[in-house]
Design a protein around this ligand. Structure first.
Ligand code: HEC
Length: 132
């Protein structure tokens, strides 16, 4: 068990080291997503990722959902479905699986616990009114 875990972690670490999640974000996501409010043509990342931290207990679960969403956004899978009403559905990302994992990992780590699990930008970046 521990042996397997070690092997798995080493492979994952190697993948994140060769691919810079922030650089991928800057090149592929900032055209629509700002980090902080005001929004561009998509919800600001800082609010969205708070919702992810609120909904998923582990980084692994959060990243699995996030990578699947980036590949093929579906309304029923959205953590912030209200954002679709406001901005329209996000187009599927053309990035590879390993690029998506790297960028999702970076985005996940942008969460700032000091802002609270619901983002702290009431009525701006945060559209899930049930998140209180
Ligand atoms: C062409 C514009 C566009 C690009 C490029 C784009 N997004 Fe989005 N994204 C959106 C829109 C619009 C939404 C809100 C509607 C939705 O959730 O589908 C969204 C929603 C999201 C969400 C919330 C999903 C949820 O569960 O509610 C995340 C996280 C996200 N984007 C991350 C990214 C990342 C990371 C990239 C770069 C790899 C990226 N986006 C590139 C437009 C874009």
């Amino acid at each position: 068990m521990t042996g397997m875990g070690l092997l798995f972690n080493t492979a994952a670490d190697a993948a994140t080291k060769t691919l810079d999640g922030q650089a991928i974000f800057d090149r592929n996501c900032t055209v629509c997503h700002a980090m902080n409010p005001p929004p561009k043509s998509a919800p600001p990342i800082i609010g969205v990722i708070s919702q992810y931290h609120n909904k998923f207990q582990t980084k692994e679960d959060g990243l699995n959902h996030l990578v699947a969403y980036l590949k093929l956004p579906k309304k029923q899978d959205a953590v912030e479905p209200q954002a679709i009403t406001r901005f329209g559905l996000m187009p599927p990302s053309p990035l590879s699986e390993s690029e998506l994992k790297a960028v999702a990992g970076w985005v996940w780590d942008q969460y700032n616990p000091a802002m609270g699990a619901c983002g702290g930008f009431r009525g701006q970046g945060r559209m899930n009114k049930s998140c209180n």
